[in-house]
Design a protein around this ligand. Structure first.
Ligand code: NAP
Length: 298
């Protein structure tokens, strides 16, 4: 009998990482599923479900190298530290190489090679590092999570307005769980199609005005979309509590989305996961249910 393969997921305590791990435990029951975490206490629930915890900080190469020892397959979930993530990702890729990993998958950004968003720069650099590492790879070029919008649904309903700078740009978002399913399927595959680049996005696209209309329809409240100039939207995001750098990046992303940077009709995500992606209306319904169940304290 062959020994179980070891699949290591970085960002295991993150929202995407947790969903990937849940899917892997279900669809790859013979694999040894391991998660890289910074804080073991925050991952107690994962350990209880049989996930092997490996402690590392992307900033510390030695810790990453130790955590990837014995890894057969690695999922590099892009870091949330946007100011320095290329270096952090390089540490993971070099450690995976040193560990002799035979496969690496990376959560990149939709159309990374041509995406004009400032956020895409790190992803392009990371894709380049992966390609030149020589490790067989799959690039999971994720589009926007619908949760980027629906996480703010309570505020949108309270103010009666969805703010943005994406004008009439069509956004092919999908639920975070859809992207997680794609990553899990890729990792669980016996013969992961090395070198494959997936453009992953929702089956249906919508404008932010359509999003506001759907929130209004389902909530029964008046909610409209207000398109702002980039600088005003950046200020609004910062006032909502986003750090200045992130507010700037997200406002700039919205302007690029106005010109189609988040639009994709390839259907590759639903093809990969074997089911339709979660619709915007379904995500709105899920977010409203959460708001109602928590009395608005999401
Ligand atoms: N496509 C989209 O719409 C979209 C939206 C948001 C983010 N993203 C990208 O997708 C990634 C995953 O999304 P998510 O929702 O799961 O984000 P998340 O919930 O913020 O998770 C980020 C994960 O990265 C880990 N991490 C951050 N810095 C680290 C470090 N120095 N060393 C080790 N681990 C570190 C975090 O660990 P801790 O739990 O210890 O903090 C966490 O597990 C994000 O990091 C970001 O790059 C994409």
């Amino acid at each position: 009998m062959t020994s179980p393969e070891t699949i290591v997921v970085t960002g295991a305590t993150g929202q995407l990482g947790r969903l990937v791990i849940a899917d892997l435990l279900r669809i790859a029951p013979r694999a040894r599923v391991s998660g890289i975490v910074r804080n073991v206490a925050a991952a107690k629930d994962l350990a209880e479900r049989g996930v092997e915890l490996r402690v590392a900080n992307y900033d510390d190469y030695a810790s990453v190298a130790a955590a990837l020892a014995g890894a057969d397959k690695v999922l590099l979930i892009s870091s949330s530290a946007v100011e320095r993530r290329t270096v952090q990702h390089r540490h993971v890729i070099e450690a995976a190489k040193a560990a002799g990993a035979r496969f690496i998958a990376y959560t990149s950004i939709l159309h990374a090679d041509s995406n004009p968003m400032a956020l895409a720069v790190d992803h392009r650099e990371t894709e380049g590092l992966i390609r030149s590492s020589g490790i067989p790879f799959v690039l999971l070029r994720n589009g926007w999570y619908t949760e980027n919008y629906t996480d703010k649904i309570a505020a949108a309903i309270e103010r009666g307005v969805v703010l943005g700078a994406a004008a009439n740009g069509r956004i092919s978002s999908a639920a975070r769980a859809d992207y997680a399913a794609a990553a899990a399927v890729t990792l669980a595959s016996r013969q992961a199609a090395a070198g494959k680049v997936y453009e992953l996005a929702g089956d249906d696209a919508y404008t932010l005005a359509e999003l506001a209309a759907e929130i209004a329809r389902q909530s029964g409240k008046s909610v409209v979309y207000r398109d702002l100039p980039e600088a005003d939207y950046r200020t609004a995001l910062h006032a909502e509590g986003l750090p200045e750098v992130l507010a700037g990046l997200y406002a700039e992303s919205d302007v690029k989305a106005a010109n189609g940077a988040l639009h994709d009709e390839s259907g590759q995500l639903s093809a990969l996961i074997g089911r339709p992606t979660t619709t915007m209306a379904q995500s709105v319904a899920a977010a409203l249910a959460l708001v109602h169940s928590t009395g608005g304290n999401t």
